[in-house]
Design a binder for this molecule. Structure first.
Ligand SMILES: Cc1ncc(COP(=O)(O)O)c(C=O)c1O
Length: 466
C-alpha cells in the first residue's frame, strides 16, 4: 500500500511540476483508444505497476489539462496540490457525509466551510446549504427548492425568467423539474450581455396580464460567455416588489466575493433567495465540488426531507446536528468539504484573494495586448477574468471569419501549445480567454495571443487562395 501510494504521489507531483511544458491537450480518435483499452472483464489480476504505466501512456496524455497555465477555455479548473491530497484523504477514510450519525466530524467541517462562503457572499445567518457535484447540480437543487417553496406541487402556468447568456445547466435543471419550454422566458441581453430589468418588468407584466404565474428570476454573477454580471441589486429590488424568487447563478463568478473588487462588483448577491457557487472553478479545487446556498436553509430541508425505516436511527436534533441527506438529492455523499477546508486553512484566505485578483488582472492584460495590433476587435472587455475578441480579416465575409475562429480552435487542439475556445455572441463566432489560473504568466498570455494571430493569418491566406 505504501509503495503504491508513494508512486502515485510521485506521479501527481511530476504532473504538477512538468505541466507547463506539456501539451495543453491531446485528443485521440476513438478507434485508437478502443485498440488500447477495450478488453473483456478481466478475470485475472494485473500488476498495478503495469496499470499505472498504461494510464501514463494512454489515459493521462489524452486529456485537456484544465489546470495548465495556458488552458484558457471554458472555465479552467486550476486546482492545488493540498486539495488533491485532501481528496485522497477523503477517499481513504471514506466517511459517509450524508448524516450526522456516520459523519459528525465531516458534517461539522462542511457547516463551517459553507458558513465561510455564506459570509463571503453577505448572506444572512439563516442561510445554509451544502456541497454538491458542481454548478449544474447546485442550480438544480436551488430551483427544486424554489419550486417547492413558491409553487408547492403545482407548477403549471408558472414562469421563469433569465437572459440569453444564462448557462445551459439552468435549462437542463428546469427540464428535469418538469417545466415546459413555454414556461421559460429567455430574454435578450443588453449590449453588455446583462439581463435588462426593463424587459424583465415588461415580460412579467405581460405574463400576469395573461393569467400566468411569474415565479422565479435567474440572475448571473459572471456568465460563462463573457463574465457579465446581471444588475443584481436592481433585480433583487424587482423580485422583492413582485414577490419572485431570485436565484443567482454564481457558479463561476461568486467566488470573486472573496476579493474586495469582486465583492463590490457583485453588490446585491447578498439578496439572493438561492445561490450557486463552484469551488472547482475560481476557488482552485479539483473536480467535483459545487455549492448551493439558500437564504432560508429550512427551504432546502422542506424540499428534500423524506424518511424511511432504515434511516430512523440517523434522525438527529435538527438543526444543530445536520443530516445533509435532508438538504439535497444525495443520500450517500463524499466528504467534498475537506479539500476546500484544508486548502483555505493551509494557504490562508489572503492567498486565495490574491489569486482571484490575479485572474481579473490577467484578463485585463490580455485585453491590453489584444488592443495593440489591429488584428483583433474586442467584443467584451475583460470582465471577471474573461475577455472575448474577434479576428479582423480584411476581405473576408462574416461567415468566413466565423469559420476562421472555429478552425483556430482546431489548430490549437492539434498544436497543444495553448487552448482557448470560441463562443457565439450575437450570431458572431468569437474567441474567448478565461484567465483565472494564478499560475498563468504574462508570457503565457502573450505567446497564446501571438499564436492565435499566426493561426489567423494562415487561415486568412488559405481562404484568399481558395
Ligand atoms: C455560470 C455557470 N453556471 C453553471 C455551470 C455548470 O457547472 P458544472 O459544470 O460544475 O456543473 C457553469 C460551468 O461552467 C457556469 O459557468
Amino acid at each position: 500500500m505504501r509503495s503504491l501510494g508513494y508512486r502515485i504521489v510521485d506521479q501527481i507531483i511530476e504532473h504538477f511540476e512538468t505541466l507547463a511544458s506539456k501539451p495543453v491537450m491531446r485528443v485521440s480518435p476513438r478507434v485508437e483508444l478502443e485498440a488500447e483499452l477495450r478488453e473483456p472483464l478481466p478475470e485475472e489480476p494485473t500488476p498495478v505497476d503495469a496499470l499505472l504505466d498504461q494510464l501514463r501512456r494512454v489515459v493521462w496524455p489524452n486529456i485537456g489539462n484544465v489546470q495548465h497555465p495556458r488552458f484558457f477555455a471554458f472555465i479552467p479548473s486550476p486546482s492545488n496540490f493540498v486539495s488533491v491530497m485532501a481528496d485522497a484523504l477523503a477517499a481513504g477514510f471514506n466517511p459517509f457525509a450524508g448524516n450526522w450519525l456516520e459523519g459528525s466530524g465531516p458534517a461539522q467541517i462542511e457547516l463551517v466551510v459553507i458558513d465561510w462562503l455564506r459570509e463571503m457572499c453577505g448572506l444572512p445567518e439563516t442561510a445554509g446549504g451544502l456541497f454538491v457535484s458542481g454548478g449544474s447540480m447546485a442550480n438544480l437543487t436551488a430551483l427544486a427548492a424554489a419550486r417547492r417553496a413558491r409553487l408547492g406541487d403545482r407548477s403549471d402556468d408558472a414562469v421563469i425568467y433569465y437572459s440569453d447568456q444564462t448557462h445551459n445547466s439552468i435549462e437542463k435543471a428546469l427540464r428535469v423539474l418538469g417545466f415546459a419550454r413555454e414556461q421559460i422566458r429567455m430574454l435578450p441581453s443588453d449590449e453588455d450581455f446583462r439581463l435588462p430589468v426593463e424587459s424583465l418588468r415588461r415580460a412579467v407584466a405581460e405574463d400576469r396580464a395573461d393569467g400566468k404565474r411569474p415565479f422565479c428570476v435567474i440572475a448571473n454573477a459572471g456568465t460563462t460567455n463573457t463574465g457579465a454580471v446581471d444588475p443584481l441589486d436592481q433585480l433583487a429590488d424587482f423580485c422583492e416588489r413582485e414577490n419572485l424568487w431570485l436565484h443567482v447563478d454564481g457558479a463561476y463568478g461568486a467566488a470573486a466575493c472573496l476579493s474586495e473588487r469582486g465583492r463590490r462588483l457583485l453588490v446585491g448577491i447578498e439578496r439572493a433567495d438561492s445561490l450557486s457557487i463552484d469551488p472547482h472553478k475560481w476557488l482552485f479545487q479539483p473536480f467535483e465540488i459545487g455549492c448551493v446556498i439558500a437564504r432560508d436553509a429550512r427551504l432546502l430541508k422542506n424540499t428534500f426531507h423524506t424518511m424511511a425505516g432504515y434511516l430512523e436511527d440517523t434522525k438527529r436534533v435538527e438543526e444543530e446536528e445536520i443530516n445533509y441527506y435532508d438538504y439535497g438529492v444525495q443520500l450517500t455523499r463524499g466528504f467534498r468539504a475537506l479539500k476546500l477546508w484544508l486548502s483555505i486553512k493551509t494557504f490562508g484566505a489572503a492567498a486565495f484573494r490574491e489569486a482571484i485578483n490575479r485572474g481579473f488582472e490577467m484578463a485585463e492584460f490580455a485585453e491590453e495586448m489584444l488592443r495593440q495590433p489591429d488584428r483583433w476587435r474586442i467584443i467584451s472587455p475583460a470582465t471577471f477574468g474573461i475577455v472575448t475578441f474577434r479576428y479582423v480579416a480584411e476581405g473576408c465575409s462574416e461567415n468566413e471569419i466565423n469559420e476562421i475562429h472555429r478552425r483556430m480552435v482546431e489548430m490549437m487542439t492539434e498544436d497543444g501549445f495553448a487552448f482557448a475556445n470560441s463562443t457565439v455572441l450575437r450570431g458572431q463566432t468569437v474567441m474567448r480567454l478565461c484567465t483565472i489560473n494564478p499560475r498563468t504568466t504574462e508570457d503565457d498570455v502573450r505567446a497564446t495571443i501571438k499564436r492565435l494571430e499566426q493561426f489567423g493569418r494562415d487561415l486568412q491566406d488559405r481562404i484568399k487562395i481558395r
